[in-house]
Design a protein around this ligand. Structure first.
Ligand SMILES: *Cc1c(COP(=O)(O)O)cnc(C)c1O
Length: 349
């Protein structure tokens, strides 16, 4: 039985073209800013997202942390959605390392946040009793909201209220190219109104390692110092950047295939008694579905699935996540569905 790994798109391995580019990459010492491949990646990424400059980092978590450190002083406050990856899955780095506290506003089912909630939650600088708001965070696509996409106008609405109060907006765009492909718009339309964006090379874009943070020249200059402080200054990082350049050229358009497979997967899951998913709502490559508690807990379900050689992850007590990616074909989706159906049937028996 072949293993079907639907835990995450981070399991994707570099393509042959990436491995060749990595082997042949021109490199230099990036801490001195002398790695031509890193410089090219940073410029290319910034241009694709409509920003002045870029900074390659080790991971999305590091990019988000560096952005936080660039905007926030100790005791400042960040506003973000209550399902944000930065809140749930980044080890409390904003608090522990940036010294900033997080204020949560509700995420809607589409991964957005209500501009009025943001406006009401922003607190000014200068009041000795207050933690001043110095950053608002958005996420697109939204990981815990089943890969939902924020549109340019939804993004703008939040940015407008933040900017009126003089607060910058960071976009955790780990999968921003999935959002752009889903909406069939250039990625820069989704990033126009935010001050900076982080995206991951290491997810559906199939690179082995890396993220890029893009923003204004001044912001990136500040971020550069924080990257050094958290140990993210890498030397001949061009070996990794070379894969990133191939990814930006060859891996973006094909994301449509992952999205189509995710919709197929969701439609099949919706037909399995005991599972619940709104198949029509799936926009990108993440499918989160609920499992009836009378059938199994998510933990038990996940174990049974692993025994059936299908790896999944679980974001909640009764919810399970499946992610499609470059190594998952339409046939794999069919096979995963038939194994899932069998696992559920065995629980119900
Ligand atoms: C994966 C992810 C990150 C973190 O990226 P890493 O490279 O795993 O550190 C941040 N935000 C979102 C929305 C993600 O999905």
């Amino acid at each position: 039985m072949v293993l079907i790994d639907l835990r995450s798109d981070t399991v994707t391995k570099p393509t042959d073209e990436m491995r060749r580019a990595m082997a042949e990459a021109e490199v230099g010492d990036d801490v001195y800013g002398e790695d031509p491949s890193v410089n090219e990646l940073q410029e290319r990424a910034a241009a694709m997202l409509g920003k002045e400059a870029g900074l390659m980092t080790a991971s999305g978590t590091m990019s988000n942390l560096i952005a936080t450190m660039s905007y926030c002083s100790r005791g400042d406050e960040i506003i973000m959605g209550d399902q944000a990856h930065m809140f749930w899955n980044e080890s409390g780095g904003q608090a522990a390392l940036a010294g900033a506290q997080t204020r949560l506003v509700p995420n809607d089912a589409r991964g957005g946040i209500n501009p009025e909630d943001v406006a009401r939650s922003i607190r000014p600088k200068g009041n000795p009793h207050f933690a001043a708001t110095t950053m608002v965070c958005l996420e697109n696509t939204h990981n815990r909201c089943s890969g939902m996409v924020m549109t340019p106008s939804e993004t703008k609405a939040v940015c407008d209220v933040a900017h009126q109060a003089g607060v910058p907006v960071h976009l955790d765009g780990a999968r921003i190219f999935n959002a752009a492909v889903a909406l069939e718009v250039p990625a820069e339309e989704l990033t126009r109104d935010v001050d900076d964006v982080s995206f991951c090379l290491s997810k559906a874009l199939s690179c082995p390692v890396g993220s890029v943070l893009v923003g204004s020249k001044d912001f990136i200059k500040e971020a550069h110092r924080w990257r050094k402080m958290v140990g993210g200054g890498m030397r001949q990082a061009g070996i990794l950047a070379a894969a990133g350049l191939v990814a930006l050229e060859t891996m973006v358009d094909r994301l449509a295939e992952d999205h189509q497979n995710a919709r197929r997967l969701a439609a099949g899951l919706a037909n399995i008694d005991g599972l619940a998913v709104d198949a029509d709502s799936i926009q990108t490559n993440i499918v989160i579905f609920d499992i009836d508690e009378k059938v199994a807990t998510a933990t038990d379900f996940m174990k049974a699935m692993a025994n059936a050689e299908v790896l999944v992850s679980y974001p909640g007590e009764h919810s399970v996540r499946m992610v499609t990616h470059r190594h998952i074909s339409a046939d794999d989706v069919e096979e995963a569905l038939s194994r899932t159906s069998r696992v559920v049937r065995e629980f119900r028996a």
